[in-house]
Design a protein around this ligand. Structure first.
Ligand SMILES: *Cc1c(COP(=O)(O)O)cnc(C)c1O
Length: 476
């Protein structure tokens, strides 16, 4: 709670009551935290202090809802674990020194691992001479990154707008599509059920979950949703929309749905969507924010289907697990709508030198270390292991599915998924399973994960499933 003595209202200056803050407390507190940052090792007293402060500050100043929500990452139901530092490429430790294999990968940000030395070097080297850009001169790293993105993305994707997140990349894509299709009289957008594209008002309009959307209605108008993977429904909706004068400007899709629970569409789906877009003059937007940068075994997931989108959204792993970076990349035909006035869509921090240094190093590392190929191999290895283990528990596990190292384990119900993610957490394996929905837990480790670590994950899962099964049997 706020200290009651931190403010005094007794000074009367120039006839107005002025609030005078006592900054001494603030200064002391900030110094204490800075000491904490500067330390590599923690004393027992530091651990106690930071654990207590973190929980209290979350309760009083961040959002107490998180403490309830993060129960699955709570040791003995006492208090939420407080993270502290990375430990090698694929693990991290909490303030108590407990190590976790990271099978969540920050929802897909750690493709090249935690604090990969190559990314770290590029960012610290850049930091030595310039952190942020002047905002007025031409910045060389923005230019170089845009060129590299054009080189590695499929088809004629050429011009990039750089931003700070996936949400912003999606916003940029929506605005580019609007601008391009305005003159063609096409004002409507189509996305899919199960889709996640972000939570800002524009991107939320494309996102599908009613739980996130409904409280903020009305959203940006003109978004229609069709069942993911159902090309007939998409065709019929495009057709009927056009018949009633609500022509579709763009269709936005994830090649594999991440947030939706690792949903892989039918094999020919994306190619058929591409064809449909061509037939009706619709822009195809691939949201590769989570599937991109090698995650599924190729640099971009659309490459598995030989599909070339008109606009692609990137973020998450693009910053190499060190900097936040996003990008929306479009063909010249579409992007040229931004040429006459480049200030029509801008951002202060997007494409800053530190972010670009990280992204350039990420692209370089993905290629030099054959990381997409590694994701495919290690993905097959881990998936085989997970399938072997889960096949012993058919009453608990419905399916293991995935591509590369984007893997989902679907349980027979939400409660089992929650118990499993909690059990794995206790055994030092972090997965994405939450209080809100753990029916499918996501396994998205760094693409640098080692075979031995995959083995540990599978062994831990076996033990946890056995426990959950015995607890379940004990109940009936
Ligand atoms: C995470 C995600 C986003 C949003 O990215 P943020 O960086 O969280 O804004 C958009 N689309 C997809 C497919 C994502 O997985």
């Amino acid at each position: 709670m706020k200290e009651s003595n931190s403010k005094s209202k007794d000074e009367n200056l120039g006839g107005t009551i002025r609030e005078v803050k006592d900054y001494r407390e603030v200064l002391n507190y900030s110094k204490k935290v800075l000491d904490f940052i500067a330390n590599d090792e923690l004393e027992t007293s530091d651990i106690k202090w930071i654990s207590k402060e973190t929980v209290n500050n979350f309760r009083d100043y961040v959002n107490p809802g998180f403490l309830e929500y993060r129960k699955s990452v709570t040791e003995n139901g006492e208090f939420a674990a407080v993270e502290w530092k990375d430990s090698g490429l694929n693990s991290f430790v909490d303030v108590n020194g407990k190590e976790y294999i990271d099978c969540l990968g920050g929802y897909g940000i750690y493709n090249v691992g935690h604090r990969n030395p190559k990314i770290l070097k590029a960012v610290t080297d850049q930091l030595k001479h310039q952190a942020l850009h002047s905002q007025e001169l031409l910045d060389p790293l923005r230019a170089a990154l845009a060129k590299l993105l054009a080189d590695i993305t499929p088809g004629n994707l050429q011009y990039s707008f750089l931003c700070n997140s996936g949400t912003e990349a999606v916003e940029g894509a929506i605005k580019l599509a609007k601008l391009h299709q305005q003159k063609n009289g096409k004002h409507y957008f189509m996305a899919a059920t199960g889709a996640f594209h972000g939570k800002s008002l524009g991107s939320l309009s494309a996102t599908s979950k009613g739980l996130f959307r409904k409280p903020f209605m009305p959203l940006v108008s003109g978004f229609k949703h069709v069942l993911y993977g159902d090309i007939d429904m998409m065709y019929k909706t495009v057709k009927t929309s056009s018949m009633v004068g609500e022509d579709i400007a763009a269709i936005m899709l994830e090649p594999i749905q991440g947030e939706g629970g690792i949903i892989i569409p039918p094999k020919d789906y994306l190619a058929k969507v591409r064809q449909l877009c061509d037939d009706f003059g619709i822009i195809m937007i691939a949201d590769e924010v989570q599937t991109g940068m090698g995650r599924t075994g190729k640099m971009f997931c659309v490459e598995h289907y030989d599909v070339k989108p008109d606009i692609m959204c990137l973020a998450k792993a693009l910053g190499g697990g060190i900097m936040p970076v996003g990008a929306v990349i479009a063909t010249e035909e579409i992007f040229k709508n931004f040429f006459p006035n480049p200030f029509i869509h801008t951002t202060t921090f997007g494409g800053n030198p530190l972010a670009c240094a990280a992204a350039i190093a990420t692209i370089s590392t993905l290629i030099e270390d054959n990381i997409p190929e590694r994701a495919e191999k290690m993905g097959n290895y881990l998936m085989t292991g997970l399938k072997n283990v889960t096949s012993k528990y058919p009453s608990l596990v419905k399916e293991v599915r995935g591509m590369g190292l984007m893997i989902g384990i679907e349980f027979t119900n939400n409660k089992i998924g929650y118990s499993v993610s909690k059990g794995l957490f206790d055994k030092g394996v972090l997965v994405a399973g939450t209080l809100i929905n753990a029916q499918t837990i996501r396994i998205e480790p760094p693409l640098t994960i080692e075979k031995a670590q995959c083995d540990i994950v599978c062994e831990a899962l076996d033990k946890v499933l056995l426990n959950v099964e015995s607890a379940k049997l004990a109940l009936v």
